[in-house]
Design a protein around this ligand. Sequence first.
Ligand SMILES: C[S@@+](CC[C@H](N)C(=O)[O-])C[C@H]1O[C@@H](n2cnc3c(N)ncnc32)[C@H](O)[C@@H]1O
Length: 219
Amino acid sequence: MFLTLAGPRASTCPLPFLPSQKFLTIRSQTPDAIALRSSEPNIPGYSLANNTKLNTFEDLGQDPDRARCFAGAMSSTSETSLDALAEHFDWPALPPGATVVDVGGAQVHASLHLAKRFPTVTSAVQDIAEVINGAQGNLPEALKDRLRLEAHDMFTPQPLQDLDVDLLRYVLHDWPDKYFVRVIENVVKDMKKGARIVLQEHVLAERGTLGMVEEMQER
Ligand SMILES: C[S@@+](CC[C@H](N)C(=O)[O-])C[C@H]1O[C@@H](n2cnc3c(N)ncnc32)[C@H](O)[C@@H]1O
């Protein structure tokens, strides 16, 4: 059975990935996963529910349709958060030909948003092969020369040299600290002097500063 996701880049996804019995099982395993206090990425509720030693993304990567659907769901993030990304960094100030790398860029939606808005921005969008290989169809003809898609595992050395901007949008929160440090290390050593890392993430309010319901929703 298939459902069609609403939105500008609507895609057809097998139902089991969408809110369903399986999804609820994953959520119900989360307290057990937290109780294990592991600092490894292969012990979230997802892995316990799916009875796998793979982490969420490795497991999704076993099935390109599910990987593509997950990445498609990422594309449904709000225009407001994309506008925030566009407005809180001085993209037009980048010199022509500057190298922006969008690590874990899923189906290219963030880089596409930037490329449409800023005619001088050129990006290399990287993700695991199962995700990025399905993204070519999202590129309008007119932007193909400014958006390059590359299969790359961010836990391995960055293949691009002389980077100007490393964009990590909603990527680091998926990983325990020692893993996201590895991701940063892999890009920092290939960046130019004066280059920037642009992070976009959800920031939690300090404990006890919100009402009980808002705090539960946030965490
Ligand atoms: C939460 S999504 C964020 C996607 C996108 N940056 C956005 O702003 O919506 C995390 C992304 O990291 C990618 N990812 C997971 N493991 C990866 C790896 N080892 N190398 C590269 N990308 C990876 C996933 O495929 C997914 O697209």
